[in-house]
Write a protein that binds this ligand. Structure first.
Ligand SMILES: Cc1cc2nc3c(=O)[nH]c(=O)nc-3n(C[C@H](O)[C@H](O)[C@H](O)COP(=O)(O)OP(=O)(O)OC[C@H]3O[C@@H](n4cnc5c(N)ncnc54)[C@H](O)[C@@H]3O)c2cc1C
Length: 462
């Protein structure tokens, strides 16, 4: 029998036996996230700690032996951020799943990082409170992963992204020390904003072991949903720009194109329309007449932009079916068996129409079918490159289209990633977007937190 790597022996002596997995049949499932095109290695070992002390012990053992540590939540990431590097300790936080405390008086929750987003929302609702950041992966993705990627979601257009809700963190640093950052008060400016730095750091600076988030009062007013059917993506872009320019602030403002609607319909049989190029879904959550007026104003902007058909409705069941279709777009395309390369660029909202036209042109030139979903109100576009599995030529063409979309976003004043993170897939784009001065500062920050480059090496900065 081959000798066990020293890191396995060290972890076995530091942790209870059931926390340390080495059976390749089990560890293989932890080797990569949902970005199926990003490369990944093979972990030496998967560690599933139950508390902060166990995380610290695992990181300390790895640091002493100079073995890389790759933190992982649920593995729903779409940039390869949680992908294993060869020989690493894959540190899965999924078993740290306790909701430590919900404090209705202070309107905050304290949770372990493996708590699933929807679980936190449900627990908060039990206290009449609401945790707004709602990535479409909310039924599976973890709060730790959401914090590490600064996840956005459907409600973020009005209520902000994960960063806007994180008050405090407990983290384990690269040498295994436990450190508390941030505060639990409504205000506070003591020291640099290290919580802000950690949010979106993609596991490259520290391992997040506890998260304190701000909560809002639960919304109770009935919502109104406006649906607009458009024959061209250009008109969709125009409608988004018009709604924004008119100063309207829908609580959700999403785009689904006909490829996605068709895929969801084939899978779930929800009687979804599929004869328009795309539909826009906007929701007003203002109470009473203000909500009625907002919905009417959005409807007017859709019509002005040339919607073929647009309607405002208070039917929450019907609206929820359409929002479900939005959330299911990616899994629906995926379950057809094609390979999907997911883009995530964010544009100034006024440039969305131009960008959608560029995406169409890029797809046609590279002969790649590109479907689109978007958090339209944020200008956050997810072109989905669909490639028959095993078709290497189509795969190369999709990758070329992916990089051109990244460049087009930068050229139009946008950013290479709105919410999925840099991981492995956006490293070139990030370098181009930020420029050498900012990259130098990033490297200095990484060196200060993780001088031996133990934590998630190769991600973000490369
Ligand atoms: C169907 C689908 C829909 C999606 N919709 C959205 C969306 O609307 N908005 C959005 O923002 N994203 C979306 N995503 C992407 C993904 O769900 C998010 O990036 C999510 O935040 C990842 O959470 P996770 O628990 O799966 O983390 P993972 O994928 O496991 O990890 C993501 C990154 O965080 C790091 N990490 C994880 N946990 C920790 C920790 N405790 N400490 C330090 N680092 C850690 C990992 O190293 C990695 O770099 C979607 C993905 C899918 C598959």
């Amino acid at each position: 029998m081959p000798a066990l790597p020293p890191i396995v022996a060290a972890l076995r002596s530091a942790l209870p036996a059931d926390r340390v997995l080495t059976d390749p049949a089990l560890t293989a499932g932890y080797a990569h996230d949902e970005a199926e095109w990003a490369p990944h290695g093979t972990p030496s070992v998967v560690v599933r700690p139950r508390d902060t002390a166990e995380v610290a012990a695992a990181v300390k053992a790895a640091a002493e032996l100079r073995v890389p540590v790759v933190p992982r939540g649920a593995g729903t990431g779409l940039s390869g951020g949680a992908n294993a590097v060869d020989g690493c300790v894959l540190l899965s936080l999924e078993a740290m799943r306790a909701i430590v405390r919900i404090d209705p008086a202070e309107r905050l929750a304290v949770v372990q990082p493996g708590v699933v987003n929807d679980e936190l929302r449900a627990a908060a609702a039990g206290h009449g409170l609401w945790y707004p950041p709602d990535p479409a992966s909310a039924p599976w993705s973890t709060i730790g992963g959401n914090v590490a990627t600064n996840a956005g979601g459907l409600c973020c257009v009005k209520y902000g992204v994960t960063r806007d809700y994180v008050l405090a963190l407990e983290v384990v640093t690269a040498d295994g020390e436990v450190v508390r950052l941030g505060r639990r008060t409504a205000k506070g400016v003591a020291g640099y904003d290290l919580v802000g730095l950690l949010v979106g750091s993609e596991g490259t600076l520290a391992v997040i072991t506890e998260v304190t988030v701000r909560l809002r009062p639960l919304r109770t007013a009935p919502t109104r949903t406006v649906v607009g059917f458009f024959d061209t993506l250009a008109r969709v872009g125009e409608a988004v720009a018009n709604v924004t320019a008119a100063g309207l602030q829908p609580a959700i403002f999403e785009l689904i194109d006909r490829h996605c609607l068709r895929a969801v319909e084939e899978w779930k049989h929800m009687s979804l329309p599929d004869d328009a190029a795309a539909l826009l879904l906007a929701q007003s959550d203002l109470p009473g007449p203000a909500g009625e007026a907002e919905a009417a104003a959005i409807l007017a902007e859709f019509t002005k932009a040339g919607a073929r058909d647009a309607v405002a409705s208070t039917d929450e069941v019907e609206a929820e079916a359409l929002f479900d279709a939005r959330r299911l777009a990616y899994p629906a395309l995926e379950q057809r068996g094609d390979a999907i390369l997911t883009e995530d660029v964010c544009l100034p909202r006024g440039k969305l129409a131009t960008m959608l036209a560029r995406v169409e042109e890029i797809g046609a030139r590279h002969r790649v079918l590109i479907a689109n979903v978007a958090h339209a109100g944020d200008g956050n576009l997810h072109p989905l490159m669909i490639t028959p599995t095993g078709d290497e030529d189509a795969r190369r063409r999709s990758q070329a289209a992916f990089e051109e979309i990244v460049d087009a976003a930068i050229d139009l004043g946008g950013t290479v990633t709105g919410e999925h993170g840099v991981g492995l897939l956006k490293r070139r784009g990030m370098r181009r977007e930020l420029g050498p001065g900012a990259i130098r500062l990033h490297r200095a920050v990484k060196a200060a937190w993780d001088p031996a480059d133990i934590l998630n090496p190769g991600k973000v900065l490369g």
